[in-house]
Design a protein around this ligand. Structure first.
Ligand code: PBG
Length: 325
């Protein structure tokens, strides 16, 4: 390796064109998946106070927004639902006419090429707000698998292109794969939220999806933010169980795991740039403390440089517009 003065790294930074020629990481709208929150009713467009620019939308309004995405180059959406009612077992999650299932049918009608990813988790649908069946204050693993499997099948029937379990129960990928296959959805891929941490960065999402746990927290199923090796075990097990994509969530505080995922597995790696990461940027930008565009591009480029193939982000539309300029 040559060093100064033979080597002068600034030589390749001299002009815009030269810098562009040696750019290693390029963000594209194709890398992005935009999440939506869908609610019952008509003409509903409620902005989420902690997530400026993100709305709870009724199906008719959702369809209007989704129709614009192909023109922006954004290939996919991720759907979360606000049910009409909640109960102990999250019944609307796996009801044929549940809100997300209605939304999936409407999107597949209006914008058939848009890839619809269904988030599979019970927390938005249960009255206790946990991601599984609760007994004596404990979230039960194995009984939850049946409900998640039903939810996955009902979503696939409604037109979901990808099933994305985010509950963090053990064995859900295998259970969902079996259920999908038994219902002839052998070609529906699973995007596993494999390394999902018990994170403070989900705060604004819980307002958006009305999914805060009513007692305790999620640390008995989501991962300890301190554990990297355990995250690798989670990912390895999901791969063996049949995951088609692996995900690291949140993104920014876990870039090391995005990198390790990239190096250890040959599956597509997905990073979720979560609600709190979005809200912090928005709040600082609204105060004039940071340059939103620069910061968002830098964050998403960093996530991609770490090794993500796909990024789930609430910034997707702005980024797609900036990339076209
Ligand atoms: C669970 C789920 C959560 C998110 C996605 N799926 C919240 C949680 O685990 O509490 C968070 C996404 C975000 O913060 O943007 N269904």
């Amino acid at each position: 390796m040559s060093v100064f003065p033979a080597s002068r790294l600034r030589r390749l930074r001299r002009t815009d064109t030269l810098r562009a020629m040696v750019e290693e990481t390029t963000l594209s709208p194709r890398d992005l998946i935009l999440p939506f929150f869908v609610t019952h009713g008509r003409g509903v467009r409620n902005e989420i106070s902690s997530m400026p620019g993100v709305y709870q939308l009724s199906v008719d309004e959702l369809v209007k927004d989704v129709r614009e995405l192909p023109g922006m180059g954004i290939p996919g959406v991720l759907l979360f639902g606000l049910p009409a009612g909640k109960d102990a077992v999250g019944s609307e999650a796996y009801a044929r006419d549940g809100i997300v299932q209605q939304a999936m049918r409407a999107i597949k009608d209006a914008s058939p090429d848009t890839i619809v990813v269904g988030d599979v988790c019970l927390c938005e649908y249960t009255d206790h707000g946990h991601c599984g069946v609760v007994e004596n204050g404990q979230v039960l693993n194995d009984p939850t698998l049946d409900l998640l499997s039903q939810m996955a099948v009902v979503q696939a029937e409604a037109g979901a292109d990808i099933i994305a379990p985010s509950d963090m129960m053990d064995g859900r990928v295998a259970a969902i794969r079996r259920a999908l296959d038994a219902h002839r959805f052998t070609d529906t891929p699973i995007m596993a939220y494999s390394a999902k941490f018990a994170s403070g960065f989900y705060g604004p999402f819980r307002e958006a999806a009305d999914s805060a746990p009513q007692f305790g927290d999620r640390r008995a199923y989501q991962m300890n933010p301190a554990n990297g090796r355990e995250a690798m075990r989670e990912m390895a097990q999901d791969v063996v169980e049949g995951a088609d994509f692996i995900m690291v969530k949140p993104a920014l505080a876990y870039l090391d795991l995005i990198r390790r995922a990239r190096e250890s597995f040959d599956l597509p790696v997905v990073a979720y740039n979560v609600s709190g990461e979005y809200s912090m940027v928005k709040a600082a930008a609204q105060n004039g403390w940071i340059d939103e565009r620069r910061i968002v591009m830098e964050i998403l480029t960093g996530i991609k440089r770490a090794g993500a193939d796909l990024i789930i982000t609430y910034h997707a539309r702005e980024v797609a517009a900036w990339l076209r300029e």
